[in-house]
Design a protein around this ligand. Structure first.
Ligand code: NAD
Length: 334
């Protein structure tokens, strides 16, 4: 099968390697022709150090690699997904399956990544989302990993499952693309918050409390927007939340630690040195929650710390001091 991966960051590269291992004809496209040339020569991606790129992987800066592709993987950072989709549009056919693996919500529109791609490509082909607890660094080393291929079109979800699944990369299918994509975007906000807790010197109890209650509010918003509750307890939900909130591979978590230790948000983002998607997602989620009238205290507090200079330590007291709740009924004790 002919596949093209758009976006040569750590994740696009790791997924291209999975597809190569599965015997597909794979091209990795970089938006920077210079970077493409460099990778083609050194057979290494500096964003995925220590992982050799096999000779079978084509690397290019030319979009002509999209011609005739059966499957196209969109692995650009979330801010560049719309432009990447627009560039791909002339090459896509109705039978192509387009797979989004980016995690975010568009700031201006509140759209999920698959919705952006549908708009940007004129809805010419089916769009699936592949998501789950998956650090590029570990997939690049072929460590056992599991993801979900989500699409309301079952055949497309299975097509993606078949393309990626192997003995170290396990893929489940799901119809719930809404839930999978929302869970993926929102967990970055929680990872930032968890990092802030770590930076403040708070420990395991607090982080477990934060993650669990954050998942309750993510589920609330997700269901309101049409997602399925069970998705949030699955790989793309709780699975991805755990991996992002507990690992130094996560730049959102790392940025949060720096903020908790007292750096400004801008200083923390500069020090991390890469796009911190949770920062942008925090604003989108805040707006979505306001619009949908969904109570999301943890995400709201993250937004206030990140955008309005609220002190992280004050936020902890605020969250701990909220009115008594019932965990199951989610209503105030009378
Ligand atoms: N890294 C992971 O482990 C991982 C895992 C799952 C999902 N993701 C998601 O995949 C997406 C990509 O993440 P990543 O870690 O590979 O990114 P990255 O930060 O490693 O790399 C970003 C890449 O995007 C390129 N880029 C910059 N501007 C661009 C533009 N305008 N158009 C196209 N490409 C551009 C950069 O050159 C760089 O190669 C993100 O949405 C991320 O949330 C990442």
């Amino acid at each position: 099968m002919k596949t093209t991966v758009l976006g040569s960051g750590g994740w696009g590269t790791a997924l291209a390697l999975v597809l190569c291992d599965n015997g597909h004809n794979v091209t990795l496209w970089s938006h920077s022709p210079e970077k493409a040339d460099q990778m083609a020569q050194t057979r290494e991606n500096p964003l995925l150090k220590g992982v050799p790129l096999p000779k079978t992987l084509h690397i290019t800066g030319s979009l002509d690699c999209l011609a005739g592709a059966d499957m196209v993987v969109s692995a650009a950072p979330s801010f560049a997904v719309r432009t990447t989709g627009e560039k791909a549009r002339p090459y896509l056919r109705p039978e192509t399956v387009l797979v989004t693996v980016s995690k975010g919500i568009e700031r201006e529109t509140g759209l999920r990544m698959s919705q952006i791609l549908q708009e940007a490509t004129g809805n010419i082909c089916r769009v699936a989302a592949l998501s789950g607890p998956s650090h590029a660094e570990e997939v690049g080393r072929k460590l056992p990993t599991g993801c979900v291929s989500a699409c309301p079109d079952r055949a497309a979800a299975r097509f993606v499952q078949d393309a990626f699944m192997n003995d170290y990369f396990r893929v489940y299918t799901s119809y719930d693309i809404i839930g999978v994509e929302l869970a993926a975007a929102l967990k970055n906000v929680v990872a930032l918050s968890c990092g802030i807790c770590t930076g403040l010197g708070l420990q395991d109890n607090t982080k477990a409390l934060l993650m669990t209650r954050a998942m309750a509010e993510i589920t609330r918003l997700g269901e309101q927007l049409g997602g399925t509750r069970r998705t949030f307890g699955g790989l793309a939900g709780m699975g991805d939340l755990i991996v992002t909130c507990t690992s130094l591979h996560s730049r959102n978590y790392r940025a949060g630690i720096l903020i908790g230790q007292g750096r400004t948000v801008q200083e923390a983002m500069e020090e991390v040195g890469a796009v911190v998607e949770g920062y942008y997602a925090a604003e989108s989620v805040y707006q979505l929650a306001e619009k949908e009238q969904v109570e999301m205290p943890i995400c709201r507090c993250a937004y206030e710390v990140l955008y309005h200079g609220k002190q992280a330590r004050d936020v902890v007291s605020e969250l701990m001091g909220r009115a008594k709740k019932d965990e199951l009924l989610e209503r105030t004790w009378m």
